[in-house]
Design a protein around this ligand. Structure first.
Ligand SMILES: [Zn+2]
Length: 413
């Protein structure tokens, strides 16, 4: 069976029919719709003869045994956010099925090839992204915190997982899955506007941004909006407003794709008749270079202190979460570039702003690379998410080319 990229597009539409509605994809992890999507995937892979297993974290594996036990992994996630797009995560796995079909048809591959559908990449129900891949990578260290999490209806995370056959406490046993993994490749939609602006269908991902996420709280004094003269106010919102403008300059000065965002500000007391007493800002900073990320954080802290002084208010920082930049494998980046050039004529190297399962696998020490295919209008996590069909087909060809080159590399090493 020769590679048939148009089949991938047809199957993605079939999956959307089965698990989506007028508002978009509804494959939220640990739900019945997600299970339906997983069963659908299993049925489609079954024709290839690949062996299906589910690990302790709920990750779904399809293994084509090769002449060597060293394994080349192809990964993705079939879960979506609520009202999500039809391609995010699903493209990776459905394109992977097409690659498995092509490989199975040609007889036993030189190395073992495993397609993995990671469990709960999005973290849409419980707010914890990369669940399955972090368990497999051995980097899941927050079981205590996860045990206390609830969804919007008050269902505890461990109960929801148990309904789907996963025990939180033994999820990290999934770690054994990466033993023998020689390489990991993942195709994903870009979810940003860079490739479209360059008029390129495909790009090679250098790594994922490091992230620093903080709650920055300015504290002033609540005071009557009518009786407090302008020059006697200690207005916490003024601190938040100035910091928001400052972080744009910090990102601009740093360059290299740096991004800084204040994604939320909560003000208290939050009524029209009072000066704002506290303004809690949620700050997110990202860069591919660890030193540059650290200096962006230092600059933002410095700026917040200066602003607090100017406004006669206080400022306090609390780290919410952080992750170091994760760089992909040099040799695999070269192979990916060759594969993209072969199908598209030109390639481009770019960092990934969003995190991906690939970052967890790379963090575990498995040589990793990702391909991005252009996203229209840069939109994702919405039903408006889309990619031209011709680009989707090219992306299947590029993934197939990359898988072939990676198998050759692993088999010869
Ligand atoms: Zn995704």
């Amino acid at each position: 069976m020769a590679l048939e990229p148009s089949r991938t597009v047809a199957e993605l539409r079939e999956l959307q029919q089965l698990t989506g509605d007028d508002d978009g994809a509804q494959r939220v992890a640990w739900t019945d719709t997600w299970e339906r999507a997983r069963a659908w995937l299993g049925e489609h892979v079954a024709q290839t003869g690949a062996e299906e297993t589910v690990d302790a974290a709920g990750n779904q594996w399809f293994t084509l045994h090769g002449r060597s036990d060293r394994a080349v992994l192809i990964g993705g996630h079939i879960d979506s956010v609520p009202n999500g797009g039809w391609l995010d995560g699903a493209l990776n796995v459905v394109a992977g099925v097409e690659v498995l079909r092509r490989l199975a048809e040609e007889g036993q591959p030189a190395t073992t090839v495993r397609l993995v559908n990671w469990a709960d990449e999005e973290g849409a129900r419980f707010g914890r992204s990369l669940f399955g891949s972090s368990a497999a990578a051995g980097s899941m260290a927050d079981q205590d915190e996860l045990r206390a999490r609830h969804d919007a209806d008050g269902v505890p995370l461990p109960d929801a997982l148990r309904d789907h056959g996963v025990e939180l406490d033994s999820a990290i046993d999934a770690r054994s899955q990466l033993e023998g993994a020689a390489a990991y490749v993942e195709l994903h939609i870009e979810q940003g506007p860079v490739l479209e602006a360059m008029n390129l269908p495909l790009g090679v991902v250098l790594g994922t941004f490091g992230v620093e996420r903080h709650a920055v709280t300015f504290r002033g004094q609540a005071a009557h909006a009518g009786s407090t003269p302008m020059d006697q106010r200690r207005d916490a919102l003024a601190g938040a407003a100035k910091l928001e403008l400052e972080i744009r300059e910090i990102a601009k000065r740093m360059g290299g794709g740096a991004v800084c965002t204040i994604g939320g500000v909560v003000t208290k007391p939050g009524i029209v008749t009072s000066v704002v007493e506290t303004a809690e800002c949620l700050l997110d900073q990202r860069h591919l270079d660890a030193a540059k990320l650290a200096s962006m954080l230092a600059e933002a802290k410095e700026a917040s202190k200066r602003i607090a002084e100017e406004e006669n208010i206080d400022v306090e920082w609390q780290r919410i979460w952080n992750i170091e930049p994760i760089l992909f494998d040099e040799r695999l980046i070269e192979l990916a570039e060759e594969a993209v050039n072969e199908v598209a004529g030109t390639s481009h190297r770019l960092p990934s702003g969003p995190l991906h399962d690939a970052a967890e696998v790379a963090r575990a020490g498995v040589p990793t690379v990702m391909l991005f295919v252009q996203s229209l209008r840069g939109l994702s996590h919405t039903k408006l998410e889309d990619t031209k069909e011709e680009h989707l087909e090219l992306s299947v060809r590029a993934l197939d080319g990359l898988a072939t080159k990676t198998i050759d590399l692993v088999a010869s090493g």
